[in-house]
Design a protein around this ligand. Structure first.
Ligand code: KIV
Ligand code: ZN
Length: 514
């Protein structure tokens, strides 16, 4: 029988560590449900000890997910492990992932602990995690730069203490595929109780080698890969789930294992993550980039028309590329709307929320007639953002743009309950609008990114705007969607400002105080 390659998705945890990609509870639930439709085996939902918000989000994902196991990250500290155990208590299948750094550089400079102390702490952490669940994963952080003899010692000890998965992270993306693969093979051979645990890898992409390193490890016996949708993650990101899965599926001649992933859900999931985080997917990105299956050259087009195998090694429809599917129209009723939302994993807890979403849908359908899956996702994002906006709300926007005249904008905002109006000129109406908003709010934030993407095709499509702001070292993303891109821009800017003004700080798992 062929081995199963376990897919452990960490979009909601390591992915969230990308600056500006932090997600709230509702966003995490929506992505978790999409991951479940994708049939990932394990969803790492967050780091519960980071903040009250992170704890709640992991708990909410544990409640929402039925099939995939839900995992919480914990440093090798009693308090972290207890927080993770509590957050995961409601999950149907739960996993605690505990870690401690093992490289000389991390032990000496970050932890200020001796190797003996690190082993002792790791064993105690695994034992404590086993009080909450039988499914315990241990990671020696920075394994890629750790001494192999020490790795063997600590891994043997944690397996004896009850760890069921051993994850080898290339934390700083330093490893090269042949050496990384060989190391996994040697660890499995040298550690006497290695057969009592599944070996896993978690590779970062600093040298663009995360997927290559992960696949080399699979060839040497790793049977779990940790990855993220669109390769999101700390710094240059993690191994991209879609690339790992499709490499293994397409090259079954080379791999003695396969995943249980429902590949047709890859593209919808990629679009959802991109839309929620505001991280666009580059057009030439493998599998999920807009050009991944587009043949521009005449020779290629000719070949594909005669026989698709000439230039295509995978079928676009197998990874979920299809012409935008029209899902609802102007005449669709409330029940059809609710059913379609349910299929997308969106449940309305209260009748008022459904009514509000339906009213927004009718509004949109009046403007653009054909409503696609992506439109519904954007509509829900917006409803959530607006319901959570604590400080600022857009009340009205008026813009004026005439050939040969300076563009102008007038905005009316509600700021902490009080209505305020401002006007500004700009190089275009978007610039004038954002300047008018800034003159009212005086956030002093720097604009790091402004981007507009068309959610679907056609000139009546909604534009989705991402605004990234930075203030005092904190980076936040704001999103807004509308058939009018100036309104979408104002909404995105206000969404970012609201996050900047209201959200509380959280701990970072790998920089914190063990
Ligand atoms: O990159 C890393 O080492 C991690 C660990 C917490 C597994 O993210
Ligand atoms: Zn990582």
């Amino acid at each position: 029988m062929q081995d199963k390659l376990i897919i452990f998705d960490t979009t909601l945890r390591d992915g969230e560590q990308s600056p500006g990609a932090s997600m709230n509870r509702e966003e995490k639930i929506r992505i978790a449900k999409a991951l479940e439709r994708l049939r990932v085996d394990v969803i790492e939902a967050g780091f519960p000890a980071a903040s009250g918000g992170d704890f709640d989000a992991v708990k909410a994902v544990s409640q929402a997910v039925g099939e995939s196991a839900v995992c919480g990250l914990a440093r090798a500290l009693d308090t972290d492990i207890d927080r993770a155990g509590e957050a995961l208590a409601v999950a149907r299948r739960s996993r605690i992932h505990t870690f401690i750094a093992t490289s000389p550089i991390h032990m000496e400079h970050k932890l200020r602990m001796t190797p003996d102390q690190v082993v002792e702490r790791a064993v105690a952490a695994v034992q404590r995690a086993r009080r909450y669940t039988d499914d315990v994963e241990f990671s020696p952080e920075d394994a890629g730069r750790s001494e192999e003899d020490f790795l063997c010692r600590i891994i043997e000890a944690v397996i004896a203490a009850g760890a069921t998965t051993i994850n080898i992270p290339d934390t700083v993306g330093y490893s090269l595929p042949p050496a990384f693969g060989a190391m996994i093979g040697r660890l499995r051979e040298r550690i006497p109780n290695a057969d009592k645990a599944v070996f896993s890898v978690h590779c970062h992409n600093d040298l663009g080698l995360a997927v290559a390193n992960s696949l080399a490890a699979v060839m040497s016996g790793a049977r779990q890969v940790e990855c993220t949708i669109n390769g999101l993650g700390e710094r240059a990101g993690n191994a991209a789930l879609e690339e790992v899965v499709m490499a293994v599926k397409t090259r079954q001649d080379a791999f003695p294992c396969d995943t249980g992933i429902n590949t047709q859900e890859i593209v919808p999931c990629s679009k959802l993550v991109s839309s929620i985080t505001g991280f666009p997917v580059q057009p030439n990105k493998a599998i999920v980039g807009a050009n991944a299956f587009a043949h521009e050259s005449g020779i290629h087009q000719d070949g594909v028309l005669k026989s698709r195998e000439t230039y295509e090694i995978m079928r676009a429809e197998d990874v979920g590329w299809s012409a935008n599917r029209m899902v609802l129209g102007k005449h669709s009723g409330r029940n059809a709307f609710r059913t379609r939302m349910r299929e997308l994993g969106i449940e309305f807890e209260a009748e008022e929320a459904l009514n509000e979403a339906f009213a927004r849908f009718k509004d949109l359908a009046d403007k653009k007639h054909e409503i696609f899956e992506e439109d519904l996702q954007a509509l829900i994002s917006e409803q959530i953002y607006e319901s959570e906006a604590e400080r600022v709300k857009l009340i009205a926007l008026h813009v004026c743009s005439d050939t040969g005249e300076t563009p102008r904008a007038q905005v009316v905002l509600k700021v902490d309950g009080e209505e305020k109006t401002s006007e500004s000129e700009g190089s275009g109406v978007v610039d004038a609008t954002l300047k008018a908003i800034e003159s009212l709010l005086a956030t002093g934030a720097s604009l790091l990114l402004y981007s507009v993407n068309s959610i679907t095709t056609g000139t009546d499509a909604q534009g989705e705007v991402t605004v990234r702001l930075e203030r005092g070292g904190r980076i936040v993303n704001g999103l807004g969607a509308d058939t009018d891109i100036v309104i979408a821009s104002a909404k995105a800017y206000l969404n970012a400002v609201d996050k900047l003004l209201s959200s509380a700080g959280r701990k970072h798992p790998q920089v914190a105080d063990v």
